[in-house]
Design a protein around this ligand. Structure first.
Ligand code: HEM
Ligand SMILES: [Cu+2]
Length: 652
């Protein structure tokens, strides 16, 4: 979206332009079903005698579904127009940006980064709801060794699906909603560098979700979320759904990554040099920067798996000259960097909000940047710590142990940055700030148990146990998801124009955090005692620990439901938020509510960093909507705000 949009006289946007302008989620689903059915009919009639037929038919059908969905949502409108030599007119751009379309723009291929951000938020919440429900089923089954709540095949399939859905949800939970909605305004831009690619990355994920859900009726994913070969070669057609899902997701994240990186490199406001660029921006770029090389590896592993499954290839089959270790290496070369794709933006969001509520500058901005760079650099050198016990390369266990333990150095530095910011601060305790405290507590436990697991001898004893499961829940959920919830509470006023219900926010916080620690400390205990993961039942010895864990999980469930209620209720009826309720200094808080379509009337000029807190005399606590902080460095018009409207110009 270029500045030119602002200067041109704005005509009401017509929906003229024929059928292509009427495409939306309904036409997308119709397109997907029609093309999917066509694909099934053709491939079924052509391949039904082939013994690999069923996998090939599933692969064709699901791919056709995705293609039909994308055509139906209008993702090809741009390329078709270009191929027909019809460039986008100003009016087309305004239409694509969703101008004057009200709620309907959220169900369309809309390019405005704020709309894409909200769409990502909703998709992430739907994925968490689904992954969380599966978690409740898992824990209910594990409440006692004799529950028989789920049969072994179903339990296996649910564990794999839970893990995969949760991993995908946590990957997009920060860079999706906040990287899209907030980050462009934070750097002083009118939109992302490639607005249509932005919408494409979102709708690819929406198209992919039904493919992974179909695995549930195609025999499930018996391999766990990792999709390990050679079991994956022999697994039911649910494995084909897994591959299609991963391949589409990998394309989506590559597109999103290229867009975010280009936006930050080329569209920062005048004067926003690197040492004036907010730390959240570094976290977002680091995350997508890791995803860009990592996910194509995951994609490659699935392409090879599909060659094995549908073309009789032997890439991962030892008896055919292939090697299952090839799969494990490809998977973990993605899998370990991917945990930092999840963690870094969540921690960066907390580093962004902690100075606001401590009224202190970020403690050593340079150390924060160095710690992020250090984690990124080391995270691509440790993948084989997941394979110590696999027999792949025992001689390399030592070096991988060393590189893995080295990650605790930049991570520790990151801790110091946050602790140093809070230290001697004038703390304003709010729901966002509580997330910082919870992250510090959970990540210490997750980090230290990670060091245990990085030690080869200890890992030989703990590999495959519930101790490992508890460890990565402490890091990905205890630190990652907690950070994302903190980011949501912090930027909620800017994204919705309403304040998040503080009381419900606190109630949710305590149910989730107490439940979380009960659940996974219990799982550390049974894991240390030897309970294996991915097994539908267990010995009586582990009964007490599992019972306690399940009760803890129910507390998490209650807390998350309270959060969901708080989000929906506040979005609809919450206290109207002033433009800058927290007295924060980054640029997104300089734009009025509702946010103009192009964000800024006049592009801001930045003359200092955004962490000059504590320099002026500020109220110690409570929202002061009438007080608008004087911004150090950025200049922008803070125009009056009409009461009751939602937060993006153009109505709810
Ligand atoms: C309500 C919160 C959650 C609960 C109670 C929960 C519970 C569990 C349990 C009990 C298992 C182990 C099952 C087994 O091995 O037999 C598991 C596996 C897993 N969970 Fe969660 N989980 C929760 C949230 C999350 C989140 C937020 C993530 C985000 C990354 C996540 C990722 C995973 C993964 C990757 C696995 C491994 C799946 C596999 O072995 O294939 N979980 N979860
Ligand atoms: Cu790892």
């Amino acid at each position: 979206m270029t500045a030119a949009l602002v200067d041109q006289p704005v005509e009401p946007v017509s929906t003229a332009g024929g059928m292509l302008r009427r495409l939306n989620l309904v036409t997308a689903i119709a397109g997907g079903l029609i093309l999917g059915l066509a694909g099934w009919l053709i491939s079924h009639s052509l391949l039904q005698d082939d013994d690999l037929g069923s996998d090939q038919v599933v692969l064709v059908t699901l791919s056709c579904w995705a293609a039909g969905f994308m055509i139906g949502i209008g993702a090809l409108n741009g390329p078709i127009g270009w191929a027909l030599g019809r460039d986008l007119r100003h009016e087309d751009e305004l239409f694509l940006a969703g101008k004057d379309q009200g709620v309907a723009r959220y169900f369309r291929f809309t390019t405005d980064h704020k709309v894409v951000g909200i769409q990502y938020l909703v998709v992430t919440m739907v994925l968490f709801a689904f992954g969380g429900t599966l978690a409740m089923l898992i824990r209910t089954n594990l409440i006692s060794p004799h529950s028989h709540f789920l049969n072994p095949q179903t339990y296996n399939a649910i564990v794999g699906l839970h893990g995969l859905i949760m991993i995908i949800a946590t990957i997009i939970m920060v860079t999706g909603p906040f990287g899209n909605f907030i980050m462009p305004i934070m750097i002083g831009a009118r939109d992302m560098a490639f607005p249509r690619l932005n919408a494409l990355s979102l709708w690819l994920i929406v198209a992919a979700i039904p493919t992974i859900l179909s695995a549930a009726v195609l025999g499930g994913i018996p391999t766990g979320w990792v999709g390990y070969a050679p079991l994956a070669d022999q697994a039911p057609p649910g494995m084909d759904a897994y591959s299609v899902f991963i391949i589409i997701f990998a394309v989506s994240s590559a597109v999103a990554g290229a867009n975010i990186t280009t936006t930050v490199l080329t569209m920062r406001a005048r004067g926003m040099s690197w040492n004036r660029t907010p730390i959240f921006v570094y976290g977002t770029v680091a995350s997508v920067g890791l995803a860009i090389p990592a996910f194509p590896l995951f994609m490659a592993s699935q392409v090879l798996l599909q060659v094995d499954r549908t073309q009789g290839g032997q890439f991962f089959v030892a008896s055919g000259g292939g090697s299952p270790w090839l799969y494990s290496n490809l998977f973990w070369l993605m899998g370990h960097p991917e945990v930092y794709v999840i963690l870094i933006p969540a921690l960066a969001a907390l580093m962004e909000l902690t100075p606001v509520f401590s009224r202190r500058p970020l403690f050593s901005f340079n150390a924060a940047v160095i710690s992020i760079a250090g984690i990124v650099g080391l995270s691509i050198m440790v993948w084989a710590h997941h394979m110590y016990a696999s027999g792949w390369a025992p001689d390399l266990n030592g070096p991988f142990m060393l590189t893995t333990e080295m990650i605790s150095v930049p991570t520790g530095l990151l801790f110091l940055v946050i602790l140093g910011t809070v230290w001697r601060g004038r703390i304003w305790t709010t729901v966002p700030m509580m997330a910082t405290y919870a992250m510090l507590w959970n990540f210490i436990i997750g980090g230290i148990t990670g060091i245990y697991l990085s030690d080869v001898p200890a890992d030989y004893a703990l590999h495959g146990s519930m101790f490992v499961t508890a460890h990565f829940h402490y890091t990905l959920m205890g630190a990652g998801l907690t950070g994302a919830i903190g980011a949501l509470a912090y930027w909620f006023p800017k994204m919705t124009g309403r304040m998040l219900n503080e009381r419900a926010g606190y109630i949710s916080f305590w149910f989730v955090q107490i439940g979380f620690n009960v659940t996974f400390l219990g799982m550390f205990a049974v894991g240390l005692a030897g309970q294996p993961r991915r097994v539908v039942t267990y010995a009586q010895l582990f009964a007490a620990g599992n019972f306690v864990s399940t009760i803890g999980a129910y507390s998490i469930g209650i807390g998350m439901l309270v959060l969901l209620y708080a989000v929906i209720n506040s979005w609809l009826h919450g206290q109207v938020a002033p433009a800058n309720p927290w007295g924060a200094k980054t640029l997104e808080w300089t734009v009025p509510n509702p946010i103009p379509l192009e964000n800024f009337e006049v592009l801001p000029v930045v003359t200092s960093d955004a962490y000059g807190y504590g320099e002026e005399d500020e109220p110690a606590s409570g929202i002061d909507p009438e007080r608008e902080p004087v911004l150090a460095g950025a200049s922008a018009d803070l125009g009056p705000r009409p009461v009751g409207a939602s937060n993006v110009e153009g109505g709810p």
